[in-house]
Design a protein. Structure first.
Length: 327
């Protein structure tokens, strides 16, 4: 295997933040120093790279951040980096700082940017899956997903209390972009009655049939709605159900960005720590253009294009478990 010339690593977070990004930054910085490498933090994602917001990080600069949500390096969805000029400016910033390789912590958009950057400017990049959505192929879990579903579960538990006190039917919307991983996982964990996810074709009539069946034995219920469901968000779905079931006392809660914050769980801290070390060692081994992920407990590298393009399946078994247990 090619051993890369001692790289000076630039680490950055990009796209929507996720709990555990700080643990990943810490792991990259510490692993780089362990291997005798220089490492710098790039602030504000690709925008900050363009602007040259770069500072070298020592081992103590990442003390006390493993437990913090958000990202100390800040993040952005950069429009500038989508242009040739933006990427050329970013390359000039890296050259000025002496950075020769990158660890990019983010999701689909982050990795698409890294592909273009390497093609045009030859910058070796290893990615870490940092998104609450869990929508990347090549890893069983993304950094932040576990924290997000725990937060969703706790919120739904609280909604359950008031729903049952008032005999109400709640529609709870969770993030996930165009996938239903957060919705399905938090629905099973909170004992929800039904889930609406983009991966499964379900009509409003399917939903109302299911709710009518349950009505015989239940006076309250919770339907978890993935924000990307083709039937619409929780408000639209709740309106359509109310038209068909006017007697129902219906309420809607949108959890939104609540799921993006908070201290990362044990699972996210461990995942981020392992992947951070794996990313640095992958660069040292001459790897580039790949995302480090965890599959069945093992660290694996997946080419960026595959991580973006291939669709990870929602667990059919978990969907079945939900419907069996919601009787
Ligand atoms: O990708 C993470 C995510 O939180 C998605 O679940 C959501 O659709 C999107 O980002 C929201 O983006 P923003 O923070 O830019 O509103």
């Amino acid at each position: 295997m090619v051993i890369m010339e001692r790289p000076h690593i630039g680490v950055f977070t990009s796209g929507g933040d996720s709990p555990g990004m700080n643990a990943a930054i810490r792991a990259v910085v510490r692993a780089a120093h362990y291997h005798g490498l220089r490492v710098s933090g790039i602030e504000g994602g690709y925008d900050g790279m363009i602007q040259g917001r770069i500072r070298e990080l020592g081992v103590r600069d990442v003390s006390g951040i493993i437990q913090r949500g958000g990202t100390v390096l800040r993040s952005a969805r950069s429009k500038g980096f989508l242009t040739n000029e933006g990427r050329a400016q970013a390359k000039a910033s890296l050259d000025r700082a002496g950075i020769t390789a990158l660890v990019a912590i983010g999701g689909n958009g982050t990795f698409a940017g890294a592909i273009a950057f390497d093609k045009e400017h030859g910058v070796a990049t290893i990615g870490l899956p940092g998104t609450i959505d869990n929508d990347l192929y090549g890893t069983d879990r993304t950094i932040g997903f576990d924290t997000a579903v725990n937060t969703a579960m706790q919120a739904i538990d609280r909604i359950r209390d008031t729903a049952s006190s008032h005999d109400r039917h709640f529609f709870v919307e969770v993030m996930g972009r165009d996938t239903g991983f957060i919705a399905l996982t938090s629905a099973v964990a909170s004992g929800a009655e039904y889930v609406m996810v983009p991966e499964r074709m379900q009509t409003i009539d399917d939903l109302t049939d299911a709710l009518r069946e349950e009505a015989a034995s239940k006076s309250s219920s919770i339907v978890v709605v993935a924000e990307g469901d083709e039937a619409g968000g929780a408000f639209a779905i709740a309106r359509a159900v109310k038209e068909r079931m006017p007697d129902r006392d219906i309420r809607v809660t949108v959890l939104g960005h609540l799921l993006r914050g908070g201290a990362p769980t044990v699972a996210d801290r461990i995942l981020a720590s392992r992947l951070g070390v794996a990313a640095v060692e992958a660069l040292l081994a001459g790897e580039r253009g790949k995302m480090a992920g965890e599959i069945n407990g093992e660290m694996v590298l997946t080419p960026f294009q595959m991580a973006i393009d291939k669709r990870k399946d929602l667990s059919g078994e978990l969907l079945r478990v939900l419907s069996i247990l919601a009787i």
